[in-house]
Design a protein around this ligand. Structure first.
Ligand SMILES: C[S@@+](CC[C@H](N)C(=O)[O-])C[C@H]1O[C@@H](n2cnc3c(N)ncnc32)[C@H](O)[C@@H]1O
Ligand code: SF4
Ligand code: SF4
Length: 315
């Protein structure tokens, strides 16, 4: 694949929870640009030369003619969340300097006016300042596209405001029945589905449902997929927790038999919807590499099914 040659930090900034600024999500140590609380952070960003290479991009030295024109600012808000997902790696303690962190990020956004903002918590839909800042930013700069990842399990008043803010939402689900969803996330499945359906019908927000599989909710990826594949959404994620291979001994025959059942049903859904998928003619499904391997929905299967540009195996 040909790489895009660019000055990475003139196109995208990633601001982490501790305020450190990088050109992208990869956050290689040598690409650190500074911290949002550095007095001269704007000069540090503008004067940095990031020489770097990854599968998609090659970052080259800037010239005096180059000007920062950000496509994205991606930032992390606090980890505060109303859910209690067992798999969640985030510590839910209140951030000591949350107010200042968000103030500074807002200042940086207003300084650079990026085309897109990606804001991720915790759960932004229940975080007062992070949510209200985005609401005000959207009012002031309606052309800025704002995205987040959310569990979407909030009241109607919050949902209405969220609909005004966000252009794109990825909706994470860790179960697809009341009981599993309650056990895995501590949340109310009907409430989330009702909210999802409302946004879906209104068509303002581009939605991407995401299933996060783990040993205790694995089979419910099947009804999830059966539902999601028929939706007119941006993308469907069939993902799993990073720790899947640590928390389950996948070499044990128990898992071979379990995954064989999941494989059969996922493939049957794919085969029953093949024409619909092909008609989309774009990347519509992302399947995590562990799930792809264990269900044999591997590159060979995808190519043989004629779904090369529809399904991508991702990490
Ligand atoms: C930490 S959450 C924050 C956003 C929001 N609260 C949510 O859950 O969608 C960001 C993403 O991480 C995913 N996630 C949570 N625990 C994970 C784990 N152990 N491995 C991989 N992804 C995980 C969630 O499904 C979500 O898509
Ligand atoms: S080359 Fe890739 S990894 Fe390096 S800064 Fe650019 S986007 Fe990030
Ligand atoms: S909803 Fe998201 S942030 Fe909240 S506990 Fe679950 S994974 Fe973590």
């Amino acid at each position: 694949m040909t790489k895009t040659v660019r000055i990475c930090h003139y196109k995208k900034l990633k601001i982490k929870l501790n305020g450190d600024v990088y050109p992208c999500c990869t956050s290689y140590p040598h690409t650190k640009l500074g911290n949002i609380f550095d007095e001269n952070i704007y000069q540090k960003i503008e004067n940095a030369n990031i020489i770097c290479e990854c599968p998609m991009f090659k970052s080259v030295e800037r010239t005096p003619e180059d000007k920062i024109d950000l496509d994205y600012i991606h930032y992390e808000t606090s980890n505060i969340c109303q859910a209690s997902c067992v798999c969640c790696p985030q510590c839910k303690d209140k951030m000591q300097n949350e107010e200042q962190h968000l103030e500074k990020i807002r200042e940086i956004i207003e300084h650079y006016k990026p085309k897109n903002i990606i804001a991720i918590g915790g759960e932004i839909l229940v975080q007062e300042k992070a949510f209200n800042d985005l609401f005000e930013l959207k009012k002031k700069y309606p052309e800025m596209k704002i995205s987040t990842i959310t569990n979407l399990c909030v009241g109607k008043e919050r949902l209405k405001k969220a609909e005004e803010i966000f252009d794109k939402m990825t909706v994470s689900m860790l179960g697809f029945t009341e009981l599993t969803y309650k056990n895995e996330m501590g949340l109310d499945f009907s409430k989330t589905m009702d909210n999802f359906n409302e946004l879906y019908e209104n068509k303002k927000v581009k939605l991407s449902p995401k299933y996060l599989a783990m040993p205790t909710n694995l089979f419910e990826i099947i009804p999830f997929f059966n539902w999601a594949i028929n939706l007119d959404v941006k993308k469907i994620y069939l993902h799993c927790i990073h720790e899947f291979e640590q928390v389950a001994n996948l070499k044990n025959p128990y898992w071979t038999k379990t995954f064989a059942k999941v494989e059969k049903q996922l493939k049957s859904i794919l085969e029953n919807n093949k024409e619909l998928l092909i008609s989309k003619n774009r990347h519509f499904i992302s399947i995590h590499t562990i799930l792809a391997e264990k269900t044999n929905i591997n590159q060979q299967y995808i190519d043989d099914a004629g779904l090369t540009n529809i399904i991508r195996i991702t990490v």
